[in-house]
Design a protein around this ligand. Structure first.
Ligand code: ADP
Ligand code: MG
Length: 268
């Protein structure tokens, strides 16, 4: 077989195998191989690395799209000086995702506006960037999904979706109190992930001692906290709302500062 025939067959094989990135890079890499007098194994290495890198990036983009993250907030943007009660070391440790590999949980507690959601999103983004599937929901959204799924007899699908995620992030626990069905469902979600050894991040404006206020039954609150805290890192944020402080510094009125936008949109 002549060289042009081989070349044409390689192109067809790459296309049939859907190795799109390798196909795109084939010509430039062939030229580079000749120009720099590289080996055939070098060429194969480059071609396959190109394809794998492209696939990984595509997967990360898809996981990001499906994650439900409401806004892109990175840990690099977090201003530690503005919030000294947030231990940078702990956040850096969480950013390494060791907690995820060990199936540990993260609880981020503190009043409104101190950066709980920002940190939760930042850590979730790290997991997505490393190729993990993540699922981000406010408790309000989760309860809405629960009620709809129950009505449609699709609770098993909702449980499966939540369980499939390498990281589940539940934001804004504490803004609303739950009825007994909601609470039982939440317990089931947390317990299933606990049993499966999968990590969950929870943010709350309530301290542990106040969690019984959210639940109709304090036994359930204790059982849920027991699962969450068994292997967990807690970040307890004390201090002023970041936005409020920012407004004070810039001389803007401070009254409007309240709950995060996502809650305002979703509240009934
Ligand atoms: P919480 O979830 O605690 O109510 P958010 O994370 O929603 O607070 O923070 C409110 C806003 O202030 C967001 O836009 C967030 O990015 C910003 N913010 C809060 N704390 C910080 C911080 N320390 N550094 C940078 N931005 C911050
Ligand atoms: Mg928040």
């Amino acid at each position: 077989m002549s060289e042009p025939v081989h070349y044409q067959r390689v192109r067809e094989h790459l296309e049939n195998l859907r190795l799109d990135a390798a196909l795109t890079e084939l010509d430039p890499l062939l030229e580079k191989t000749a120009r720099e007098e590289r080996s055939v194994t070098w060429l194969l290495d480059q071609l396959l690395t190109t394809e794998l890198t492209h696939r990984f990036e595509r997967r990360v983009a898809a996981n990001l799209r499906l994650s439900g993250i409401p806004a892109r907030k990175t840990l690099e943007e977090f201003d530690y000086e503005a919030q000294p009660s947030v231990p940078k070391r702990t956040v850096e440790e969480l950013a390494s995702l060791r907690f995820l590999h060990h199936g540990e949980n993260v609880l981020i507690l503190g009043p409104t506006g101190v950066g709980k959601t920002h940190l939760a999103i930042g850590i979730t983004l790290k997991a997505i960037e490393q190729g993990h599937k993540a699922y981000f929901l406010t408790l309000h959204d989760l309860i809405n999904k629960f009620r709809i799924a129950r009505e449609r007899n699709r609770l098993h699908t909702l449980h499966a979706t939540i369980l499939r995620a390498g990281l589940f992030t539940l934001d804004e626990v504490g803004f609303q109190s739950l009825d007994s069905d909601d609470a039982a469902f939440l317990f089931e979600v947390i317990n299933k992930r606990y049993v499966a050894g999968k990590s969950t991040i929870v943010t709350s404006n309530k301290s542990y001692g106040q969690w019984h206020e959210i639940f109709p039954d304090s036994v359930l609150a204790v059982a849920l906290l027991d699962r969450l805290l068994h292997r967990a890192t807690t970040i307890n944020i004390r201090g002023d709302s970041y936005r409020l402080r920012h407004r004070k510094e810039t001389g803007l009125p401070t009254e409007e500062v309240g709950r995060p936008v996502s809650f305002r949109c979703l509240s009934r």
